[in-house]
Design a protein around this ligand. Structure first.
Ligand code: HEC
Length: 116
């Protein structure tokens, strides 16, 4: 076997070992990570509406309304349609348990404008 190939096989095995030993993130966080791009890491801004620490019920209901096209603009109606009710429940519960502190720390003149 070629030495270089052996080396890369060894590093691949190490990477797999590292990945396997890390605890997987909770499913609610995995599902909600799609939201961080626009609503900030963990939904705590800066960005559009702060989601962290809101009640799970209000997040879930807003998502259902946006799914039905009753509320929200195009961006959110499309994003909300990618989830089943069970997935929305999981991500809403996870977001409700997050601290909204990030918003207070980083919001400032450079925070993104909201649509309202
Ligand atoms: C591409 C950007 C983008 C992504 C990604 C995104 N959002 Fe939004 N979100 C917005 C914008 C813009 C608004 C405000 C306009 C509107 O209501 O449609 C909004 C509004 C909302 C609101 C409404 C708040 C209120 O009380 O009216 C909720 C709830 C929400 N988003 C949840 C989520 C969740 C949960 C995810 C992840 C599944 C997500 N968003 C992903 C851009 C985004």
């Amino acid at each position: 076997m070629h030495a270089m190939f052996k080396t890369s096989l060894a590093s691949a095995a190490m990477l797999i070992a590292v990945a396997a030993s890390a605890a997987p993130p909770p499913p609610g966080r995995l599902l909600a990570s799609n939201c961080f791009q626009c609503h900030g890491t963990n939904g705590a801004g800066p960005g559009f509406d702060n989601l962290a620490g809101k009640s799970a019920r209000s997040i879930f209901e807003a998502m259902k309304e946006m799914q039905a096209g009753k509320e929200g603009e195009d961006i959110m109606s499309k994003h909300s349609r990618g989830y089943t009710d069970d997935q929305l429940q999981l991500l809403a519960e996870w977001l409700s348990l997050q601290s909204p502190v990030q918003q207070a720390r980083t919001a400032g003149p450079s925070s993104l404008p909201t649509s309202r």
